[in-house]
Write a protein that binds this ligand. Structure first.
Ligand code: CO
Length: 131
């Protein structure tokens, strides 16, 4: 596995992007809305991974709830794996808890989330990219 991205929940995506771009010295940024997850995402490309800033797109978004209870900050880390279904099966066999089944993410990826209680407080996404 490798770290695919680190995701940060923010109140105002456009403001946060400007600040992150300035601090990190990054010009290019891609925006993407994942309506099924209730988020709009700004992707900042680093050498071998990405930082994703996320804002809620609707009241029922899980990000909205997160921001209200925890405030802005680290939301999840994402680990890339080649065969996500195999990893999920292996982990479930070891008692790991998941938030939802493997499902389509952005850009043809497949994603699911490991419950933070299974990883000492860190919400962790598993993702696999299309070949
Ligand atoms: Co993510």
């Amino acid at each position: 596995m490798k770290i695919d991205h680190v995701a940060i929940a923010v109140n105002n995506l456009d403001e946060a992007v400007k600040e992150y771009q300035k601090v990190l010295g990054i010009n290019e940024v891609e925006f993407e809305t994942v309506e099924t997850e209730g988020v709009r995402v700004a992707i900042l490309h680093l050498n071998n991974s990405r930082i994703e800033l996320m804002e809620a797109t609707k009241e029922s978004s899980p990000i909205k709830k997160f921001l209200e209870t925890r405030g802005e900050g680290l939301h999840h880390i994402a680990l890339e794996t080649e065969k996500i279904e195999n990893e999920v099966d292996r982990m479930k066999g070891n008692g790991v808890r998941f938030l939802g089944d493997v499902r389509p993410g952005s850009r043809g990826t497949k994603i699911t989330f490991i419950h933070p209680k299974s990883l000492h407080g860190v919400l962790t996404e598993l993702c696999s990219h299309p070949k």
